[in-house]
Design a protein around this ligand. Structure first.
Ligand code: FAD
Length: 502
């Protein structure tokens, strides 16, 4: 054990971020001799209580923790998710799906979508959606796990994620973390003591008067950013000019409507409404801009658009799009809502927690706290936020909607530089580039660009190596195989029953 090793990690907050951090750190570093991990949470304050839709990377986190997937699905009332259906975003009455996985099949070394773009110039109207198994199966309420043993089937690489009860997930992680030796302390943090020389946090003080000392503090205290902002004064990079939604109302309702393994996002006059179907209920919420609609009107819109009876009063939430200028200062690292917020349009917040934990473990410090490593953590964090921001802004910017002040604002805003470049490249010849291993793949950018009506004026010249007839023949064949494969998949309900869910 090196002399300057971290001996005590204190996690402030027991929401999804806090328990993910506790379980993740305990799993990776918990066996280091002498390392203690303590999580402090306040029952009185509670958690944000939302955050139910995820992206496929969550499976990696769960696998890292050694979680059995079927057990997790049963314990968290989870459903499977093949993508997000966007309704009324491009124009009223229009819809498309952003799927996990991929479209069609690359041919002649050229990405599939160039052949699809060529097919369109030949008059083939088949929408891009028809070439994604995740979309076709999702719309037909079907689900199956990927079958890598069937390399010629579109099922070989289908992507999926989960929708789950956030409270049950936190409880699930808590059981694991406590099993790995994490100590939980209930209490409200009312004060903080700092080292006079380094400025590092040395201890947090609870209402009871108890003092919890540590070497490394992980701030998972939610929007308030108790340590990272309240003590370290990180500062906030405000992106609300690009992402003006600043409030949400969340309400669960009884199950009803379709049983698709898809999260749904329906654009509304001043924002959008989510629908996240779980096994036992549906999570709903209206994310809106308070400058464009009143809280009462937003509540009325939300409640008028549920598939079942509401199970609670709508819960109001306030936020600002953006991130802490530095997520790691001294011996304080912020994860989750304490680190920043990007609206849940693409279900990215839980992923940001996960990638923050991975980054922290990669750069796990010693008590000397190397500034070079801290700077690296902060730079990577900002880059990740910027990439996701640009992808979210695409949904708002590329719209034809002109039926409200909100949509007029979004449609005419100047996009961030990175997004402007991506739009220009796609419009030229359908070129899509994934920058520095960013979270969203070419499939994601393609689906939202096409779904939101961004037109490419050309396609890759090498697609012309296939004759026109051959292009159309292959496109139709792929479309048919996708449709047949979807039909052969069980419904999600059957699938859930097979693993013991009622
Ligand atoms: P919180 O849940 O707020 O937890 C904070 C913790 O800190 C609590 O335990 C609290 O008690 C504790 N605490 C605070 N102050 C003190 C104190 N003084 N003393 C002691 N303890 C304290 N993410 C997704 O990935 N998918 C989604 O679909 C999604 N939807 C969302 C919808 C909305 C409207 C919002 C606002 C967020 C959504 N998110 C979503 C984000 C997701 O909810 C959060 O990323 C996730 O829940 C993590 O929250 P957290 O743990 O950081 O904060």
């Amino acid at each position: 054990m090196r002399a300057d090793a971290i001996r005590r990690v204190v996690i402030v907050g027991g929401g999804t971020a806090g328990w993910m951090a506790a379980a993740g750190i305990a799993r990776v570093a918990g066996e280091l001799p002498g390392l203690e991990i303590e999580l402090v949470e306040s029952d009185e304050i509670g958690t944000v209580g939302v955050g139910e839709a995820t992206i496929p990377q969550i499976a990696l986190f769960n696998a890292m923790l050694g979680i059995d997937e079927a057990d997790f699905v049963r314990a968290t009332n989870a459903t499977y998710k093949l993508g997000i259906e966007f309704r009324d975003w491009t124009r009223l009455g229009h819809s498309y799906v952003h799927p996990f996985g991929f479209y069609g099949l690359d041919m002649k070394g050229v990405q599939f979508h160039h052949h699809w773009l060529k097919g369109r110039t030949l008059g083939d109207p088949t929408p891009l959606d028809a070439y994604s198994l995740a979309v076709v199966a999702g719309l037909r309420e079907r689900f199956a796990h990927p079958r890598p043993d069937q390399p010629n089937s579109p099922l070989s690489k289908i992507g999926y994620a989960f929708q789950f009860d956030a409270g049950l997930y936190a409880r699930y992680l808590r059981r694991l973390a406590e099993g790995w030796g994490v100590r939980r302390t209930e209490g409200r943090v009312v004060d903080v003591t700092r080292d006079g020389e380094t400025g590092h946090v040395s201890a947090i003080v609870l209402q009871s008067g108890a003092r919890v000392a540590g070497d490394l503090f992980v701030d998972c205290s939610g929007f308030r950013g108790l340590l990272i902002e309240g003590v370290m004064g990180a500062g906030f990079e405000d992106w609300s000019a690009w992402l003006p939604c600043d409030r949400a109302l969340a309400v669960p309702c009884e199950s009803g409507g379709d049983r698709r393994p898809l999260t749904r996002s329906t654009a509304r006059p001043a924002g959008w409404q989510w629908r996240i179907p779980l096994q036992h209920r549906i999570g709903n919420g209206y994310v809106y801009s308070s400058a464009h609609v009143s809280d009462d009107e937003a509540a009325a819109t939300l409640l008028a658009n549920l598939d079942g009876a509401p199970l609670a009063e709508p819960k109001p939430l306030r936020f600002k799009a953006g991130h802490r200028r530095r997520a790691w200062i001294g011996n304080v690292v912020a994860l989750g809502l304490a680190g920043g917020f990007l609206e849940p349009l693409e279900s990215t917040s839980i992923h940001l927690v996960q990638s923050g934990i991975a980054r922290l473990m990669t750069l796990f410090p010693a008590r000397g706290f190397d500034q070079l490593e801290i700077d690296r953590f902060n730079a990577e964090t900002v880059e990740e936020y910027v990439d996701i921001r640009d992808f979210l802004v695409l949904h708002y910017k590329a719209t034809e909607r002109d039926d409200s002040d909100f949509w007029n604002y979004c449609r005419t805003l100047a996009p961030p530089e990175g997004l402007a470049y991506k739009l220009a490249m796609f419009r030229r010849n359908g070129r899509i580039f994934r920058e520095h291993d960013e979270l969203f793949t070419e499939t994601s950018w393609l689906s939202v660009m096409v779904g939101q009506g961004v037109e490419a004026t050309g396609y890759h010249p090498v697609a012309d190596l296939l004759s026109d007839e051959e292009t159309l023949r292959r496109l139709h064949h792929i479309r048919d195989v996708v449709g047949q494969t979807a039909d052969a998949m069980p419904t999600q309900d059957e699938y859930l029953r097979r693993i013991g869910c009622d």
